[in-house]
Design a binder for this molecule. Structure first.
Ligand SMILES: [Zn+2]
Length: 507
């Protein structure tokens, strides 16, 4: 056990310490379970590393990507009868297990095996692999005759069908069971975000209509409103040109030496819809990220944030390290939150004073604009992830119909001319029902930054103890704690939506 724990965690450390003693009094059956899982997890990790390496080749085009071999190996491991029997036997009586790490491993395996029954189902895996091949950036095959959209819809239908076979209403319910959020929680989250931002967003709409002298809000107006948020949120006019130099400098400012961590960041064209792709190939020993051309510093810092989260993980039990290759193994909203926490460094006033040519007055003015337009950013996120969710929940509706309905409901578009997007996006194939994590990530990053300021003062982006703080309180435990407990460990409270809305001054 290599968990590095903070003061906040001392109590649970004591508990773990005691429980490891009580292992001797554990039943032989628990020991047998432990030995069995140790063996399986070594295999699991080896395959995860091979698959990570293959995906690295897929995205970076450094070598030919063999995704098939590790996927087949995963398939064989995850349908293994003894593994499934062990977990099915122990999961219902997991509260009897005294070793809290072993108990958590059982819970994690339960999620992993349930997700794998969908994502590693032979038919689903084959179709998914076929589709992935179409997104690979190569100069070989012409895929113009391939029915990409039809096949993505087919994939969605198959995931739903499999989820129903497993006793769920549909794939959305299954996913929110295994991703740690919970479907009911998710519905409440949507309602709260919707209700809290509606009035403020309506004011933006009215203001835009008055400015533009129009009677009805159109799609183009919404993009103008959103543009105000994004243009002012990310830093501009940087005085360090090379992004990698700025990443290294920003890490060094919080006490992390980039040259001492096994991380590699490169630039390379990526499939459409993907700005950056960070891969924890071997946790905690090998992180690589590829950014598509022309991405700004906040994307580089986001991917670096994924790297820090994995590289400072010291749980040292493969299933709790949180490999992303089987949905349900890593909590994706927390992982994206850790990535966004680094992106938020570039939104910090002191950071911008140092690394941009903007005056303090300009920085403050930009921040005011961000706050004003934040309701649009939040509502666009709701629109953006619900358009995928609805595809699973309402297979009778077309993607176009769904987008038009949601455009009216969340973006308050009043005209009938709404240009919709097609399904040609790799995210729907490889990371199903993932997009809500980016809104949650903004909430998490906000909460962590508020805490960092409380703890280290306004100059926290230049405090060399911050890296250690993040490691101890947020990175080290891997998937041992659930995501909300990790937030409590890191910030002293569970996910705080009210504080998030206050931050943007949304009333
Ligand atoms: Zn990310």
């Amino acid at each position: 056990m290599k968990l590095k724990l903070s003061n906040l965690l001392k109590l649970s450390f004591l508990f773990l310490f005691l429980s490891s003693f009580s292992l001797s009094s554990c039943s032989n059956k628990e020991k047998e379970l432990n030995t069995f899982l140790n063996k399986i997890e070594v295999k699991y990790e080896n395959i995860a590393v091979d698959l990570g390496d293959a995906y690295w080749n897929f995205y970076s085009a450094e070598a030919e990507a063999d995704l098939e071999t590790p996927k087949d190996e995963f398939y064989n491991l995850l349908i293994n009868d003894s593994l499934n029997t062990f977990i099915e036997t122990w999961y219902p009586k997991r509260t009897e297990i005294k070793d809290t790490i072993l108990k958590r491993r059982i819970e994690m395996w339960h999620n992993v095996l349930l997700s794998a029954k969908v994502e590693y189902d032979a038919e689903i895996m084959n179709l998914r692999s076929e589709l992935e091949g179409k997104f690979e950036v190569t100069d070989e095959e012409d895929t113009s005759n391939y029915d990409l959209e039809g096949n993505i819809l087919k994939l969605i239908e198959l995931r739903n069908k499999k989820a129903v076979e497993l006793g769920f209403d549909n794939y959305v319910h299954l996913t929110f069971e295994t991703n740690g959020l919970g479907y009911e929680w998710f519905l409440n989250f949507i309602d709260e975000m919707d209700n809290s931002t509606l009035e403020a967003y309506k004011s933006l709409v009215d203001e835009t209509k008055a400015d533009q002298k129009i009677d009805q809000l159109g799609q183009r107006n919404v993009y103008q409103i959103l543009g105000q948020f994004h243009q002012n949120n990310n830093p501009t006019d940087l005085n360090i040109e090379d992004n990698i130099d700025l990443v290294k400098t920003s890490l060094s400012n919080i006490g992390i030496n980039y040259d001492n961590i096994p991380a590699k960041l490169v630039e390379q064209e990526l499939p459409p819809g993907i700005g950056g792709q960070g891969l924890m190939i071997n946790i905690p020993n090998d992180f690589r990220a590829v950014m598509t051309l022309g991405m700004d510093i906040s994307v580089w810092m986001h991917e670096m944030g994924h790297g820090l989260h994995g590289l400072f993980n010291s749980i040292n039990t493969p299933i709790l390290e949180g490999y992303e290759w089987v949905p349900g193994n890593a909590n994706p909203s927390f992982a994206e939150g850790m990535a966004e926490t680094m992106a938020w460094m570039t939104r910090n006033t002191e950071w911008q004073k140092k690394y941009t040519n903007l005056s303090e007055e300009e920085i403050i003015k930009r921040k005011e604009t961000v706050k004003k337009y934040a309701p649009a950013f939040i509502r666009f996120h709701l629109f953006n992830f619900l358009k995928e969710t609805e595809l699973y929940l309402h297979p009778e509706k077309s993607f176009e119909e769904i987008q038009k309905e949601l455009s009216k409901k969340y973006l308050l578009i009043e005209t009938e001319e709404i240009r919709t997007q097609d399904l040609n996006n790799m995210v729907y194939v490889v990371y199903p029902l993932y997009l809500q994590n980016y809104l949650l990530a903004d909430v998490v990053a906000c909460q962590v930054h508020v805490k960092l300021e409380e703890e280290f003062g306004t100059n926290y982006a230049f405090n060399i103890d911050v890296g250690n703080y993040l490691t101890k309180h947020l990175y080290s435990g891997g998937e041992y704690f659930n995501w909300n407990d990790r937030l409590i460990n890191g910030t002293g409270k569970p996910l705080d939506i009210k504080a998030y809305l206050d931050f943007y001054q949304i009333k």
